[in-house]
Design a protein around this ligand. Structure first.
Ligand SMILES: Nc1ncnc2c1ncn2[C@@H]1O[C@H](COP(=O)(O)OP(=O)(O)OP(=O)(O)O)[C@@H](O)[C@H]1O
Ligand SMILES: [Mg+2]
Length: 509
């Protein structure tokens, strides 16, 4: 084991105990596994050999103290004299660094045990062996390589099953790196080999920013050309013959029971006339117009709703694309919705596609699937009055998807607006920077694993830094999301660049 000594455990009012240890940092410049010249960071891991075994602890606070500066009146006097402090006293030699760490458990022969006996004062605190730390945190060699553990040169690699068995929530304020982190996850899924288990992937790309992924030929040495298809939302069609009156009513919430019953009858008649031949919404509208027995008011009301749905240009004879053929192991579909403006239309598309995938997955027709849902708060909002056609199916998948290995990765910059049902079903949370206090409160309320101290650190993360909490990791971990290997879509040009380009283009006209 190549653990490197960091310091020595000292006695304080409340320790060493099984809850807390404090250590004086010994060698200020010792650092091979930690990054940079700073000897100890808040957030890094340390280890201590004890009678019970190897205790792993997480540094929660770091203090500096210096005897020369503890006498307020003396410091004041010297400052007034105008002489530099360092010229008179050997102040450097009296600066101590005291770190407080929380013991997490004992690593004993590949097992983690609860700590029941504190380390002794005088015991040496070390920077842990990377292999042991990696096993302790529950990282998996074959897993999803999201980045590296902050302050340690250890790849943060999460087990596929632990991560996607229950859903993932990727939450952060705008610009913190959610789509970037999601792209890294998608790269990892695409680069998996058959022997490692390959799910199918659906990316619901609201802003059209995942196109860059599809251009990749190779990711991490794996050939991925043609593994991703981009489907533009104007091309999506929902198979009308598979819709019953209730499915139409779900998209026209004012439809009453009498109208649903009449529509149901008309659909039955149309189906028997067509004898298995497919029909579209236009055919259904014609059948409704020609129906001899329907009462005029019901006909007019139904026509109003169906005409409104017809205006979305969505309900065709068959389902386009053929999802069953597209959702293959190791393959992904980017559903680019950037050309669709109407939020209701987007919700209907998401609803229909997810219902279809849910059924296909339940029958075992398609492989285990991961669905990345961008701008999730638009598709499964918490507020009742923010009616969203897709909320029901997203919540159903959140509750039942685990049984069928249909996993969601919920991406949102407004956690406070997200369905709590969906959020609470996410086994793993990945937080990038969040500063809005309402969002932070909401997260605290929905995730029992998050302490107040952890919550505070979410608001001070930098772009690309993330906190991973939940099933994918044995303890909450701070990571730096790795660089993408695929191209980012030229989407994030800054304000100034876009303004300059605009004027140049105008001049050229
Ligand atoms: N891990 C990272 N490494 C390097 N650059 C990053 C990383 N994460 C994010 N960035 C940069 O930050 C920018 C914003 O990231 P991204 O588009 O993922 O944010 P977002 O959270 O999805 O924002 P929005 O809510 O507006 O969609 C990106 O253009 C990217 O270049
Ligand atoms: Mg984004």
């Amino acid at each position: 084991m190549n653990a490197e000594p960091l310091g020595t455990i000292v006695c304080t009012e409340d320790g060493p105990s099984t809850e807390q240890i404090s250590f004086v940092v010994g060698n200020r410049n010792a650092s091979t596994t930690t990054v940079g010249q700073i000897p100890v960071h808040v957030g890094q891991y340390v280890s201590v050999e004890t009678e019970e075994g190897l205790v792993m602890a997480h540094v929660e606070q770091v203090y500096k103290t210096n005897r020369y500066f503890s006498q307020v009146d003396a410091v004041h006097e010297f400052t007034r004299s105008g002489k530099p402090f360092g010229a008179i006293f050997p102040i450097d030699r009296w600066e101590y660094i005291l770190a407080k760490a929380k013991p997490l458990g004992i690593f004993e022969q590949d097992r983690i045990q609860r700590i029941t006996y504190p380390p002794s004062p005088g015991a040496i605190v070390s920077s842990p062996d990377p292999n042991i730390l990696s096993q302790f945190l529950g990282f998996s060699k074959d897993g999803i390589h999201l980045g590296h553990l902050l302050f340690h040169r250890i790849p943060a690699t999460f087990d596929l099953t632990k991560m996607f068995q229950k859903h993932v929530a990727l939450l952060a304020m705008s610009g913190a790196g959610k789509s970037y982190a999601a792209s890294v996850m998608i790269e990892e899924l695409l680069a998996r080999k058959t022997a490692q288990g390959r799910p199918a992937i659906l990316i619901i790309d609201v802003h059209g920013e995942y196109g860059g992924l599809a251009e990749a030929q190779e990711i991490k040495g794996a050939k991925v050309a043609d593994q991703l298809s981009v489907i533009r939302s104007p091309l999506v069609e929902i198979a009308t013959p598979y819709m019953n009156a209730k499915s139409f009513a779900a998209y026209s919430p004012d439809m009453g029971t009498i109208q649903v019953r009449e529509l149901s009858r008309i659909i039955r008649t149309l189906r028997s006339v067509r004898k298995g031949q497919p029909y579209d919404l236009g055919d259904l509208i014609t059948a409704l117009e020609k129906d001899p027995s329907i009462n005029t008011r019901t006909r007019e009301a139904l026509l109003g709703w169906l005409d409104n749905l017809q205006s979305y240009n969505l309900f065709g004879k068959t389902s386009t694309p053929e999802w069953q053929k597209l959702m293959k192991p190791g393959h992904g579909v980017i559903l680019d919705m950037s050309e669709t403006v109407s939020l209701q239309k987007k919700q209907i598309i998401v609803d229909a596609v997810l219902r279809h995938l849910f059924n296909l997955r339940r029958d075992g027709t398609i492989p285990p699937t991961v669905v990345f849902l961008e701008e999730s708060h638009q598709f499964c909002p918490e507020a009742r009055r923010a009616l969203a056609f897709s909320k029901g199916i997203v919540e159903t998948i959140a509750r039942e998807g685990r049984k069928y290995n249909l996993s969601l990765c919920i991406i949102s910059q407004r956690p406070v607006r997200l369905s709590t049902t969906v959020l609470s079903q996410c086994g793993t949370n990945i937080f990038l920077r969040i500063s809005n206090p309402y969002d932070l409160d909401h997260i605290r309320a929905t995730s029992e694993k998050i302490t107040k101290a952890t919550l505070t650190s979410i608001s001070s993360l930098s772009v690309g830094e993330a906190l991973v909490v939940g099933q994918a990791t044995r303890f909450p971990v701070f990571i730096q999301v790795r660089k993408r290997t695929t191209k980012e879509t030229a989407f994030h040009e800054d304000f100034e660049t876009v303004a300059k380009k605009f004027e140049k283009k105008e001049k050229a006209k």
